[in-house]
Design a protein around this ligand. Structure first.
Ligand code: ZN
Length: 221
């Protein structure tokens, strides 16, 4: 089983990908983590990526594709995977399809976490991030036990400067523009499943699992 997770910032994509990979026993491939790993381990690809990052440039698609290629060769990926953070554009989706062809692999599902702007703003503008371990909390939805202190490591919590309403609206507009052709691309292939993601974490997870479990029936819908 190979799954792609799409969704705007604040839809809970990272958390859902982690939960779903656990639930379905699939490898969780987050391209953000993959990039950070390559950079911190100073791999050949990581060093190349670092050069772009030093110049304040985006890491080019072909470098990310090469990182994915190496990741796909690892044993845990044989059972299948959930891809989180890639593709973000239609060009990346086409490059991914080309890569998958080498293995005779195909994508089974593309879940699009569909979240209303109101809920995204509520989630992101109240988000608290731990300076030390990166854990996320929320001012009202998931407050830490002690104000301003991480439950997990005792680190200091802060609000990201780009987690304010105005910036969130801008980030969402950019996301919508980039992802619309991507959603269209996977819809045409019959792979896209809309998941209403204003609901609780558990309900969203259950919705995705039920699609996977009734795979054959749902395909006919
Ligand atoms: Zn922490």
């Amino acid at each position: 089983m190979r799954i792609i997770l799409l969704g705007p910032p604040g839809a809970g994509k990272g958390t859902q990908a982690k939960q779903l990979s656990f639930e379905l026993d699939l490898a969780h491939i987050a391209t953000g983590d993959l990039l950070r790993f390559n950079v911190s381990e100073k791999t050949v690809l990581g060093l190349k990526a670092q050069e772009y990052m030093n110049k304040g440039l985006l890491v080019p698609d072909d470098l990310v594709i090469q990182m994915l290629k190496e990741r796909f060769m690892q044993a845990d990926v044989k059972k299948g995977f959930i891809l989180d953070g890639f593709p973000r554009t239609i060009q990346q989706a086409i490059a991914l399809d080309d890569l998958l062809k080498n293995y005779n692999w195909r994508i089974d599902f593309v879940f699009n976490l569909d979240c209303s702007e109101k809920v995204i703003i509520q989630r992101l503008s109240g988000r608290l991030v731990c300076k030390n371990c990166g854990a996320n909390f929320h001012i009202s939805n998931m407050p830490p036990k002690r104000k301003g202190i991480c439950d997990l490591c005792g680190g200091q919590l802060y609000q990201r400067t780009d987690d304010n309403e105005e910036t969130i609206r801008k980030r969402l507009a950019v996301y919508q523009q980039e992802s619309a052709p991507l959603i269209d691309y996977y819809t045409k292939q019959g792979l896209l499943r809309q998941i209403q993601a204003d609901r609780s974490q558990k309900e969203v997870l259950e919705a995705m699992v039920s699609f996977v479990k009734c795979k054959n029936d749902c395909r006919a819908l």
